[in-house]
Write a protein that binds this ligand. Structure first.
Ligand code: NAP
Ligand code: G4F
Length: 359
């Protein structure tokens, strides 16, 4: 068994190319860790979010190592874990889109659910002395039975994604109880950033607000405007992940801001920021969001409704505050501004590249 106290801290991050993977890797490198990341083969480049961290493997003292692997392939995991000998493992990889999980339920169950079992087994079979973080989710609460939701609130998953995350949650807890593994669940509420995937609602809105204000898009099509989420900043949440692996006793923690807002409110914040305050007219699928000149900026497209919706999420992060000394530093207003301004910069850059605008 390797001795984690005698050597450099070595973190293995699955999902390193995702939003959280990129922020976490920045944090770990800044703390002196050696980081191993699992990337998957894709027909086009999928490393945009970590390209700024790339280190040439031919140079000496490289601290970021990337290996091809996949959560659906146990042999690849065993090989990479054996090579890296991590002292900390962060499992961030997942088919992470709730709506898409209704279209590909079996794949989602395999990667987002059984993938966790493959990792836990790799750690157990290789007898690694490592700490394990599982990216659990507030989606587990689904049709909520109490508000705010805490570590003791019962789960009621409402999507194939949430069902798969439930398997990952309980397997992580089970390996802790069965084998004495240091294995924890971070039950993270929604967290966003300029690096958020473009099909999640906040980024879809911030990007559209920027593009509509620049004349690069006419209309934003959305689904349920009344869904409520507890949205925080991804940079804050990866700090909480790291802290969960630094405590003496492994445990499960809710990470949230303690505030909830509707999709509608997030639209208002973003469009206000680009100088296009919204006036809402109509109701249900006929509701529209009008701009200052009466132009239709937002419409409803029922294709974005989900077969089963999670109406309200609001987290109680008091346990994390108490035991991890963690609290959020960015609340919704600032988050919306950060995302809109980043999307304005990106869209202006794109317009210049496409010859629509000049620098
Ligand atoms: P994300 O941006 O969608 O990133 C997902 C990562 O998983 C990407 O690196 C992706 O690779 C990788 N991946 C997908 N399928 C894989 C497979 N079969 N094998 C290996 N890697 C695979 O997600 P995120 O927002 O950073 O979230 C990180 C984790 O936290 C996820 O597990 C998510 O479910 C969970 N979570 C997120 C939130 C949130 O609000 N962001 C809240 C609670 C929990 P590619 O880049 O190649 O696609
Ligand atoms: O941004 P969303 O797709 O995020 P959702 O479903 O809450 O899931 C995210 O957060 C979870 C944590 O609670 C993570 F586990 C998960 O991996 C992911 O990161 O949708 C948020 C809300 C939903 O209620 C949805 O119905 O926004 C509503 N919505 C309305 N119009 C829309 C849209 N969502 C999307 N993606 N696209 C729309 O056009």
């Amino acid at each position: 068994m390797s001795d984690s106290t005698q050597r450099t801290k070595v973190a293995l991050v699955t999902g390193i190319t995702g939003q959280d993977g990129s922020y976490l890797t920045e944090l770990l490198l800044s703390k002196g860790y050696e980081v191993w990341g699992i990337i998957r083969r894709s027909s086009s480049f999928n490393t945009d979010r970590i390209d700024h961290l790339y280190q040439d493997p031919h140079e000496p003292n490289v601290r970021l190592h990337l290996r091809y692997g996949d959560l659906s392939d146990a042999s690849s995991l065993l090989k990479i874990f054996a090579e890296a000998q991590p002292t900390e493992v962060y499992n961030l990889a997942a088919q992470s889109h709730v709506k898409v999980s209704f279209d590909i339920p079996e794949y989602t169950a395999d990667v987002t659910g059984v993938g966790v079992v493959r990792i836990l087994e790799a750690i157990r079979q290789l007898n690694l002395n490592t700490r394990f973080y599982q990216a659990s989710s507030s989606e587990l609460y689904g049709k909520v039975t109490e508000t705010p939701q805490s570590e003791t609130t019962p789960f009621w998953p409402r999507s194939p994604y949430a069902c798969a995350k439930a398997l990952g949650f309980y397997m992580t807890r089970n390996y802790r109880e069965s084998y004495g593994m240091f294995a924890v669940n971070g039950i993270l509420f929604n967290h966003e950033s300029p690096r958020r995937g473009e099909t999640f609602v906040t980024r879809k809105i911030s990007r559209a607000a920027a593009r509509i204000s620049l004349g690069m898009q006419e209309t934003l099509y959305l689904g349920n405007l009344d869904a409520r989420r507890d949205w925080g900043f991804a940079g804050d949440y990866v700090e909480a992940m790291w802290r969960m692996l630094q405590v003496d006793d492994p445990d499960d923690f809710v990470i949230a801001t303690g505030e909830t807002h509707t999709v509608r409110e997030f639209c208002e914040l973003c469009f206000q920021e680009v100088g296009l305050p919204i006036e809402w007219k109509g109701s249900e699928a006929n509701e529209v969001g009008l701009g200052p000149d009466g132009q239709v900026m937002i419409r409803i497209d029922p294709k974005y409704f989900r077969p089963a919706e999670v109406d309200l999420l609001l987290g109680d992060p008091s346990k994390a505050r108490r035991l991890l000394n963690w609290s959020p530093t960015v609340m919704l207003d600032e988050l919306a501004k950060m995302m809109v301004h980043s999307d304005l910069d990106l869209s202006k850059h794109e317009a210049i590249e496409r010859g629509i605008a000049t620098a």
